[in-house]
Design a protein around this ligand. Structure first.
Ligand code: NAD
Length: 350
């Protein structure tokens, strides 16, 4: 077992320095503990896991981060590298171990472990490589943090979120996939770039599979409170359906392009997942397109599956799914996306 933690208090002579360093103030009593620590485990310290960990650290989202990986040297190296930034960051305890006992009592467990996409590989092709891995990883995580929330990032994220749900035995409100939270950010960026404004003023969702069959909800896009499509129609501004489809295609191709250029994606998924971690641990009750148990929504039937729908997140996980209006065409595309996921799932035997 290889276990290390950030808090070593023994001096060279074996004395516990922390006990003698501060003189107690006469008559003072320590303040009562009003809130307990928040702990996040990140499984997999590759490009994605580390981008997530470092974004969580800089945004002071948790009191404690536990890192897990099978590669002990890389794990220790990444832990030390983050710990060495302590003087520039809000205080967070960082620990790392190949042993799952280090993850005990996590409020949130983020799983990024897995084979990553190689250039040109579809996310669904990754599945069989990552299924075996999840069978090793999820049961001990669930056992060590039975009250925790599982947030799956590894691809194909929708199917692996379903796998994690089955393997953990957790209720569905406590198993989430990062889903199209990232795709929606790419979408908002492209629309904002097109209109030369701030992406945070663009309300726009990509739903369905995080991948090739995702669905752009054009009918509900608004910018600064103005519904875009009806605005264009009212102003009799012609827009080509192809133009809209081109923007959606850029979203779908976005990950492939980045992977083709730099080998992996990291920064955007880091921010995307950190935003979900904050929504959960700080009980933000904010709405995010994330992968949730989708059976029964928008005419999705035919089996249990996870795919992304705009959902409200808070301290207990998924609080609800928003009743977003879909056009008939959007609903049909979403049902097709669900079918794609179910077909893949059927090959798993899980
Ligand atoms: P990476 O190869 O850099 O890192 C994967 C890490 O997992 C490695 O450090 C490896 O040692 C570790 N690992 C392997 N088996 C393990 C096990 N049994 N237990 C613990 N750790 C284990 O890959 P990456 O670029 O960080 O990508 C990780 C995953 O995230 C991939 O599946 C990728 O497709 C996915 N991803 C998802 C999104 C999304 O939006 N959902 C975005 C980007 C990447």
């Amino acid at each position: 077992m290889h276990k290390t933690s950030s808090s070593s208090t023994l001096g060279p002579d074996g004395l516990d320095i922390s006990k003698s360093f501060f003189k107690p103030i006469q008559g003072s009593t320590p303040p009562p503990l009003t809130s307990r620590n928040t702990k996040i485990t990140v499984v997999g310290v590759g490009n994605v896991g580390m981008a997530i960990a470092q974004t969580i650290l800089t945004q002071a989202i948790a009191d404690e981060i536990a890192l897990v990986d099978v590669n002990a040297d890389k794990l220790r190296g990444e832990m030390l590298d983050l710990q060495h930034a302590a003087a520039f960051l809000p205080r967070t305890k960082i620990s790392a171990s190949v042993d799952y006992s280090n993850t005990v009592g996590s409020d949130l467990v983020i799983v990024t472990a897995g084979a990553r996409q190689i250039p040109g590989e579809s996310r669904l092709n990754l599945l069989h490589r990552n299924l075996a891995l999840f069978k090793k990883v999820v049961p001990p995580l669930a056992e060590k943090s039975p009250e925790g929330i599982l947030l799956v990032v590894s691809n194909p994220v929708d199917v692996l979120t379903y796998v994690a749900w089955k393997l953990s035995g957790f209720p569905s409100n406590r198993v989430i996939g990062s889903g199209t939270n990232l795709d929606s950010s790419r979408f908002r960026f492209l629309i904002a770039d097109h209109l030369d404004l701030n992406a945070q003023d663009v309300q726009a969702y990509i739903v369905g599979e995080h991948g090739d069959s995702s669905v752009a909800l054009w009918s509900s896009i608004s910018v600064g409170g103005v519904p875009i499509l009806s605005f264009l129609e009212r102003q009799q501004i012609a827009y080509e359906k192809q133009t809209l489809e081109k923007i959606h295609k850029e979203v779908v191709d976005g990950a492939y392009e980045v992977i083709g250029l730099k080998g992996y994606t990291s920064w955007a998924i880091g921010y995307s997942v950190a935003s979900l971690a904050r929504a959960i641990l700080r009980d933000q009750r904010s709405i995010h397109p994330i992968s949730v148990l989708a059976k029964g929504f928008h005419g999705i039937d035919g089996g249990e599956l996870f795919l992304s729908l705009p959902s409200q997140l808070g301290r207990s996980g998924v609080l609800g799914v928003t009743n977003v209006h879909l056009t008939d065409e959007e609903a049909k595309q979403l049902q097709e996306s669900a079918k794609t996921i179910l077909e893949v799932q059927a090959q798993l035997g899980i």
